[in-house]
Structures are given as C-alpha cells and as structure tokens.
Design a protein around this ligand. Structure first.
Ligand code: IPD
Ligand code: CA
Ligand code: CA
Length: 266
C-alpha cells in the first residue's frame, strides 16, 4: 500500500472513531432538531458538529483534498479529479433522534472517481466496517469473507419503504413480486448500515429508490471489496456526484433482481 494512502486510512479510522465519541457524549446534552426539505427530513446540531469536525481534520491534514458533505461544510464539486472525501456525518438521523441507535457515520475516499477507502461506523454497536481497495474489507479488524451467491428465494433483502422514484412513479408494482418471492425483507433506516450489512452477509441485497452520494460512497467501496455489485436500478455504475437509485447484492442475486424484477415493467 502506498505510504500516502496508508496515512489517509489511518487518519480516517482515527477521526471516525473520535466523531463517534462526540456523538455519544452529546446524549447528555440538549439536542437541537430542525426540519430541512420537509417535516421528516431532520437535521440536528450533531449532524453539523460531526461534519465540521471531520472537515476540519481533513483540511488541516490534507489541504489539497476535496470534500463533499451532506451538511454543506464541503464543496460543490463538478469534477471527480483528485482525492475526494464524501461524508455523511450521521446517516439515519431519524433513528438518531427517535431511537439513539441504528445510525452511522459514513466516509468514502475516492481518487479520480475510483473508490479507495470506505468506512461506516455504527456508533452504538461499536462496529467499524472498513475497506481499502485491493486490501480487503473488515468489521472491527476481522476480515469479511467474499460474498456467497444467494438466490432470490433464499434472500433477505433491505428495502426502503419510500418506493417513489424522482419522477414520482410509485414502484410498488415492480417491487411487490420481489417482496413476495424473497425469504424476508428488512428496513433499518440507515442506507450506510444496510450497505454494511450486505458486505457482512447480514442482508443479501439492498434496494432503494433515491440516495445522495454521501449515503452510498462509503458502502460502495466496502461492498465492492467483498465482491458485491453496486449499481443504480438501471444497472448503471453509482456516481459520487449524482443522486440515484441503488441496487447492491452479490453478482448472481444482483443480475437476477435486475433482469427478472426491477426492469419488469420498463
Ligand atoms: C437517510 C437514510 C435513510 C434513507 C434516506 C437517507 P440521512 O439519510 O440513509 O435510510 O432512506 O434516503 O436520506 O438523512 O439520515 O443522512
Ligand atoms: Ca444519509
Ligand atoms: Ca445524514
């Protein structure tokens, strides 16, 4: 591993753990909760504080790197050139507010659009999912095995209940047959945790209609490192500058879902 990437990796792991500590400490203080685009789109002072903390560390240590962050402390980028950190300070803010669990900090570090490092830290379970492209994926430093092929009838899949596409086409007609055919469905309310669960074999696939780059950047690197396929519901690669639908699974299940279910009415 090149020296600079080893350094980035070490710092990223250290900072994400420190950010987790900041969140845990916040439970004894008052939480300020606001709505963003709609009454269910929540943001708290901790989402902002954690992003400010991570952005501060990155800028201080790697001033030439670029940053995309959900809460606006990063940049508005139009190019994927150079090193870009894609940060979601709290993924699953609704869970954070309502349950004080089932949320994660997600970081993906990309070089010229290629994912090099992915980190997802499930703070309350103290589970750090981490991958370095070409060097393996880990959960708390235990290497995750490559994904095994699973068929639809034996699959447990993560689904987001908001089955509405950006053009307002409700996809229940497309997804109902899939829900009927799989062994079970789960919905955890944090895209990052759901992607980490696919990487760890706790879920066999994850499907959602619309995510932002900060929701999937870390998970994309981790899932790909265990041999999973990550695309949009049209089968296109995920782009770290573009919002999109997401379908991730082991390659066999991914093509079975894509060919036999998702595209059924297209
Ligand atoms: C949300 C979570 C949720 C997903 C939403 C995301 P946030 O992220 O990942 O599971 O369904 O689309 O916006 O707002 O909690 O960071
Ligand atoms: Ca998110
Ligand atoms: Ca967030």
């Amino acid at each position: 591993m090149e020296h600079i990437w080893k350094q980035i990796d070490t710092y990223a792991k250290q900072w994400i753990k420190q950010a987790g500590t900041l969140i845990k400490q916040s439970f004894s203080k008052e939480l300020l909760i606001q709505a963003k685009s709609n009454p269910n789109d929540l943001v708290t002072n901790m989402d902002r504080e954690v992003e400010r903390f991570l952005v501060g560390k990155i800028r201080e240590t790697f001033p030439s790197h670029h940053i995309i962050g959900e809460e606006g402390f990063g940049e508005d980028l139009e190019s994927k050139e150079g090193v870009i950190w894609v940060i979601d300070p709290i993924d699953g803010t609704m869970n954070f507010v309502h349950q004080q669990r089932n949320f994660a900090i997600s970081i993906g570090v990309f070089e010229n659009g290629i994912g090099r490092i992915g980190l997802i830290y499930d703070v309350m379970h103290d589970e750090l999912y981490h991958a370095f492209k070409g060097h393996g994926a880990f959960m708390n430093d235990i290497e995750l095995p490559k994904l095994e092929p699973v068929q639809v009838k034996e699959a447990v899949i993560g689904l987001n209940s908001t089955w509405v596409t950006p053009n307002k086409r409700i996809d229940k007609e497309v997804l109902t047959p899939l829900v009927r055919d799989v062994r079970g469905t789960r919905s955890y309310g944090s895209a990052a945790i759901e992607m980490a669960y696919v990487a760890a074999g706790r879920l066999d696939a994850y499907i959602t209609m619309r995510l932002s780059p900060w929701d999937f950047a870390g998970g994309k690197v981790i899932v790909e490192e265990v041999g999973g396929t990550t695309t949009t519901l049209d089968g296109a690669p995920l782009d770290i500058l573009t919002k999109s639908s997401v379908l991730i699974a082991n390659p066999i299940l991914h093509s079975e879902i894509l060919n036999n279910y998702v595209k059924r009415d297209q």
